[in-house]
Ligand binder design. Structure first.
Ligand SMILES: *[C@@H]1O[C@H](CO)[C@@H](O)[C@H](O)[C@H]1NC(C)=O
Length: 148
């Protein structure tokens, strides 16, 4: 009985969080390579525009076929009801393979990494390169990602 009540509460919490916010994710790839987008808890996708209901934590996108972005320039993002953040990562096993850029909330902030030496203001080379991170605040944050 107690287990059932706990589950009911958990399900209600999930439903509540799912209706609380929605996030537009638009991934454009002009590189001519495959696109992989991993949205934990929501599925794996290719290029294109979609709206996700609920939080997206630990999302990652790249212009290569490796769903985890191994050997690729990857854009990492978390879109939540609150402070959302995104960055370009070149931390190994990621590696510059294509130019990448993103903007949050229709251009409010963003970053561009055009070459392997784009620097820590634009991409993470090591985990302490916080200057590469971008943030926005609000319930329905969105991201536009472009490769090449
Ligand atoms: C955020 O999105 C949810 C779900 O689509 C909507 O109900 C809500 O009104 C939106 N909030 C704002 C501030 O736009």
């Amino acid at each position: 009985m107690q287990t059932f009540q706990f589950l009911s509460v958990a399900v209600l919490a999930l439903v509540a969080s799912a209706s609380a916010s929605s996030h537009s994710i638009n991934v454009i790839n002009n590189c001519g390579s495959p696109t992989t987008v991993q949205l934990p808890g929501h599925g794996n996708f290719g290029a294109g525009s979609r709206t996700i209901n609920g939080d997206v934590r630990g999302g990652i996108a790249q212009a290569c076929s490796d769903i985890n972005g191994v050997g690729c320039t990857s854009v990492e993002f978390s879109l939540v009801d609150g402070v959302s953040s995104a960055d370009i990562t070149l931390i190994p096993p990621h590696k510059f393979d294509h130019p990448a850029s993103f903007t949050l909330d229709n251009g409010k902030t963003g970053a561009t990494c055009s070459n392997a030496n784009c620097g820590p203001d634009n991409a993470f080379y090591k985990s302490t390169d916080y200057t590469a991170q971008r943030q926005v605040n609000g319930p329905n944050s969105s991201i536009r990602i472009q490769f090449c």
